[in-house]
Design a protein around this ligand. Structure first.
Ligand SMILES: Nc1ncnc2c1ncn2[C@@H]1O[C@H](COP(=O)(O)OP(=O)(O)OP(=O)(O)O)[C@@H](O)[C@H]1O
Length: 795
């Protein structure tokens, strides 16, 4: 029987228009909705609009040949309409494009034999939005790929847009049952009245009257309840998610299980001061205590802490970890506080600084490990926006809070677009053009590696007429504050900075973050890009990648003062960042989230990264079964292995592993790239063929990320299942990036032969994370464990 002919389906703009009509009917803020909903509604509408524009551009790209003459102008117009927020016009332009695309007949056989794609059922689309008239949907169609991801995102946005449920049905339980909210917006219509705790009423009142907020964001209330109940709490929230409220609000509650002062450890003096000013504006008593606090203020604070009711003088005290470590008189105050049962909790902000495994370890944070031993009954709260699973294990074990309540949230920042570009001699000019073309009057940050290059790039941008200014650790404090303020107020458009700039920045409308050079780790990259789009509106992140930057960073690590183990750790973080840059296949959003142990389907990216958007990819389905099985066999043989041990052995690279009995596997993957082998490994882990087992090393306290066989290993080992992976390359950029790869991809031994040592002067030119901190918390060589190999140079 002849198979029916199907037609490629187009995006149904009529249905899209229908959705927008319903959105308008729902209204931005109906009288029954609390005011915060208006912001939510606007943010959702703007995301829907952005999706529509992305689809339009996607369709245009895929069918550019049909619009030789008018294509570019239509695309530009759509982008312009998107910027102006004109929904109707954007939709009608999509229709115009659609009209120009002829429906093509495709035989099912052709659809089925397309390489690298699963067999699609030829059926009507399940979602009525996309099931149109008589035209059948062929999911393998490239347009429907776009519409599928659009559909997924749109339906989750529509879920957020549901009319409010009756107040009595909402409450703590109702909120817990909600799927994790990926957009960091206040949870709409959450009733506070049904929360049953002795402190519930007071919490509600303080939120409204003192913090002047109407809603809690995702996990805030849960974290507050847990700490008020005297439990240890670990809060993982994306940048800008609202971590501060989780400890600031409980600090003023009188009806919790623990009373008195909330002690907050924070790594940056300027950050503390901002927080204290903010709290004082709300009428909350707060103070800072650090190396620069005037003696009379210190005396005053310490006297207050020793009174029977210190909370009458202070609710929150922000201190640097260095004070906890060094000041004996402060230690005595803490003992008195604890003895008087007036130390309500210890809060460790930016808790990733505790972990030597993380990207921004601070030796002074290490001393916090003693707190639990000295004050076993004081509840702890640790908060961070960037921590991989093993860093989390490390922080908890170091602070002695393994049994804490953990509140984690998706790290996904759906409004951010990610793109990696090739860096060459004209990069600064390209950056200037990009800013002038796309970001007229919009704020942004350009990150670069060295202090000198911040100054050079800023002056180059100024030559183009861009209001740019530099910022790095050795800029005098007053100038730094003035630069930040000017940028915050819009007098400076672009800050060109080392990583010294950023911690604690709460500017909502940063529209772009450009990395002019590769970041030292993906945690750093996530944190730095996280400064864009805190208002939830679409914003872009560009990273310029070059082999010479990799070369510089590898040498900085190699020539650092740390132990071999520490260098290996720093090297590992950098290698992951390099692999991310060189990857032209996988969705960048998926890769970032995978790094933090979170899984997301590429469809959910909705073409908001360069790899998902690229239409010049050449796809190939490759069978990697023998390599996947080899990984599993090695791990079965050894019980557990790290991904590097395993991959290096198969690649035939220097491996510490005993080869006896495993000779057949050593070097068997020589022809495969290291990145592809890591991709195979990662996919086995996400597919359940491997399971992660993080182990804290007893003596060094390092967390080692081991992998063991997982429940789905058997199917591969028994030959029941094969393992294929799509490899894609991008035709134009491939040549360009592989040229840089030639340098970047070279193993370290090559550099050893041509020993390259950065002159000491140039090493000083690089900043560590929170470069300002180094000034206040000098990391001297007397410390046995330097904070970070790279940062050692910069202090
Ligand atoms: N429930 C809420 N309702 C409205 N605004 C809120 C709420 N919670 C926090 N905010 C606001 O959100 C912004 C970000 O909060 P906050 O500075 O605590 O984020 P963060 O998680 O510490 O971010 P980062 O990791 O980047 O420092 C602040 O302006 C804060 O006032």
């Amino acid at each position: 029987m002849g198979q029916p002919e199907v037609k490629r389906r187009r995006l149904n703009t009529g249905a899209v228009a229908g959705i927008l009509h319903s959105l308008r009917q729902l209204g931005p803020a109906s009288p029954s909705r609390p005011p915060e909903d208006a912001a939510t509604s606007t943010a959702i509408q703007s995301q829907i609009l952005s999706l529509i524009a992305q689809i339009a551009v996607g369709i245009w790209r895929r069918h550019a040949s049909h619009f030789e003459s008018q294509g570019a102008s239509i695309k530009n117009e759509i982008v312009a309409k998107k910027v102006k927020g004109n929904l109707e016009k954007a939709i009608s332009l999509i229709s115009e494009i659609e009209e120009a695309i002829p429906l093509e007949s495709v035989s099912p056989a052709e659809v089925e034999t397309r390489p690298g794609q699963a067999k699609p059922p030829v059926s009507q689309h399940k979602n009525p939005i996309f099931a149109t008239g008589t035209t059948s949907l062929v999911p393998a169609d490239d347009i429907s790929d776009v519409s599928k991801s659009f559909e997924a995102q749109l339906s989750s946005l529509m879920d957020l847009y549901q009319p409010p449920a009756p107040a009595e049905k909402m409450g703590c339980d109702a909120q817990r049952q909600q799927p994790p909210l990926k957009i960091t917006q206040p949870i709409p219509n959450k009733s506070l009245s049904s929360i049953q705790h002795p402190w519930s009423k007071e919490v509600e009142q303080v939120l409204r009257d003192q913090f002047r907020m109407t809603q809690f964001r995702h996990n805030q209330l849960e974290a507050i309840h847990a700490t008020l109940a005297g439990k240890d709490v670990f809060v993982l929230m994306p940048t800008g998610g609202g971590k501060s409220l989780c400890y600031q609000l409980p600090a003023v509650i009188q009806s919790g299980k623990t009373r008195g002062i909330t002690l907050v450890i924070s790594p940056l003096i300027s950050l503390m001061q901002d927080q204290v000013e903010h709290l004082r504006a709300f009428g909350i008593r707060a103070a800072t205590f650090h190396s620069e606090t005037k003696p009379e203020d210190r005396k005053h604070i310490m006297a207050a802490l020793q009174t029977p009711h210190p909370e009458r003088h202070l609710s929150l005290l922000y201190v640097t970890p260095e004070i906890i470590r060094k000041s004996e008189s402060f230690q005595r105050c803490l003992e008195t506080l604890s003895h008087n049962k007036r130390l309500a909790r210890l809060v460790v902000d930016e808790a990733h600084c505790v972990s030597q495994w993380g990207h921004d370890f601070r030796p002074d944070y290490k001393a916090l490990g003693n707190f639990r031993k000295e004050f076993p009954h004081i509840p702890l709260m640790a908060l961070t926006a960037t921590a991989t699973r093993n860093v989390i294990t490390n922080i908890k074990s170091h602070l002695g809070m393994e049994d804490c309540e953990t509140f984690s949230q998706s790290f996904n920042r759906p409004n951010l677009y990610y793109e990696v570009l090739k860096k060459d001699k004209s990069t600064v000019r390209d950056i200037a053009n990009l800013i002038m073309r796309k970001y007229q009057g919009k704020a942004g940050i350009v990150y670069t590696l060295s202090r000198k290059s911040t100054e050079k790039i800023a002056s180059k941008l100024q030559e183009f007429g861009i209001a740019a200014y530099y910022y790095h650790a050795s800029v005098p404090a007053e100038e730094k504050a003035a630069t930040q303020e000017d940028w915050q107020e819009g007098n400076i458009q672009v800050i060109v900075a080392t990583i010294a700039f950023g911690m604690g920045i709460d500017k909502p409308d940063v529209r772009f973050v450009i990395h002019e050079s590769i970041p030292k780790s993906l945690e750093g990259y996530y944190q730095e890009t996280g400064r864009a789009g805190r208002d939830g509106r679409p914003s872009e992140c560009y990273l310029y990648f070059s082999g010479s930057d990799v070369f510089t960073l590898r040498n900085l690590i190699r020539d650092g003062d740390g132990s071999e183990q520490q260098k290996a750790r720093q090297g590992n973080l950098l290698e992951k960042a390099i692999a991310f840059c060189r990857n032209q296949t996988d969705c960048r959003r998926v890769e970032i989230l995978r790094y933090f142990g979170e899984s997301l389907s590429a469809a959910e990216c909705g073409a908001t990264c360069d790899n998902c958007r690229a239409n010049d990819k050449c796809e190939m389905q490759q069978d990697f079964t023998k390599y996947a099985v080899a990984i599993l066999m090695l791990i079965r043989h050894r019980g557990r292995l790290t991904s590097n041990q395993c991959v290096n052995f198969l690649l035939g690279r220097k491996a510490s592993m005993e080869r006896k009995g495993l000779e057949q596997y050593y070097g068997m993957a020589k022809r495969i790239t290291k990145d592809d082998m890591h991709r195979v490994f990662d996919r086995l882990a996400t597919g359940g063929a491997l399971t992660e087992n993080n182990v804290t090393h007893r003596t060094s306290q390092m967390v080692i990320q081991y992998f063991q066989l997982g429940p789905n290993a058997h199917a591969l080992l028994s030959g029941e299942q094969s393992f294929a992976m799509v490899t894609k390359t991008r035709s134009d950029s491939q040549a360009a990036l592989s040229a840089t790869e030639e340098l970047a991809g070279k193993p370290i031994p090559t550099y050893r032969r041509v020993r390259f040592v950065l002159p000491a002067k140039s090493r000083e030119d690089y900043d560590s994370e929170g470069g300002e901190t180094s000034k206040y918390f000098p990391r001297t060589t007397t410390h046995s464990e330097p904070s970070s190999i790279v940062s050692k140079y910069f202090i």
